[in-house]
Design a protein around this ligand. Structure first.
Ligand SMILES: Cc1cc2nc3c(=O)[nH]c(=O)nc-3n(C[C@H](O)[C@H](O)[C@H](O)COP(=O)(O)O)c2cc1C
Length: 203
């Protein structure tokens, strides 16, 4: 990998600076900054600005891009901006807690805004093809009681499907699950996973 990286960080927890997933994201960001000192990092808090798609948005999205009027272009402007951030990034870092066995609604709203036919995926002769290729994503997931990859985990499998659908195949999970049982042990397991994936470089 080249050492000049565009890193996009996305945080979904509603808990702000006390969030365990954001804290692990900070550790991971620090490791990436050490590994790729000339990188540029952009950050988006998914609790800010996000909107739900609606009838007008769907109509604009399903109108051919050269036939959209100004108001339809306006409807899609924020989605265009979120997608441009993904297109810019070589490396995405997403942090998210499990909420009610799935992802937070803010993250789902973001997913609905970035999965767009003809822009981030298309239908080819062999079915859907993702258009965001040559990117890597690290996904930090925290849970209270549910074990990741258990039958009640509707986070990791879903996110793997969504990101591979839009073309991102290099997907790595860092899990601090079951934090309510033993938060320190869970956090330490996640730190080990980060260290294994991105070994600390000597200063
Ligand atoms: C609204 C809400 C719903 C939650 N639902 C679940 C759940 O279904 N399963 C689970 O194991 N933990 C659940 N939790 C616990 C969080 O996943 C856990 O506390 C996690 O560490 C929070 O990460 P954060 O500090 O980054 O927000 C929930 C927490 C909240 C606030």
């Amino acid at each position: 990998m080249s050492d000049k990286k565009h890193i996009l960080r996305l945080d979904a927890s509603a808990s702000g600076s006390h969030s365990a997933s954001r804290k692990l994201g900070n550790v991971l960001t620090g490791q990436l900054e050490n590994l790729y000192p000339h990188s540029e990092i952009r950050q988006r808090d998914l609790n800010q600005e996000l909107a739900f798609i609606d009838n007008n948005w769907i109509a604009a999205n399903f109108t051919a891009s050269d036939e959209r009027d100004d108001s339809q272009n306006q409807q899609l402007a924020f989605s265009d901006r979120l997608i441009a951030e993904l297109q810019w990034a070589d490396h995405i870092l997403l942090t998210t807690p499990m909420y009610n066995f799935g992802i937070p609604a803010t993250l789902k709203a973001w997913i609905d805004l970035v999965c767009r036919a003809g822009v981030t995926f298309r239908y080819g002769p062999n079915g859907p093809e993702g258009l965001l290729t040559n990117k890597r994503i690290d996904i930090v997931i925290t849970t209270g009681g549910a074990p990741l990859r258990s039958p009640v985990d509707f986070v990791s499998g879903y996110l793997k499907q969504v990101f591979s659908f839009i073309g991102i195949e290099d997907i790595n999970f860092i899990g601090a699950d079951q934090m309510n049982l033993d938060a320190d042990a869970s956090y330490a397991r996640a730190l080990t996973q980060i260290e294994q994936r991105y070994p600390a470089v000597a200063a």
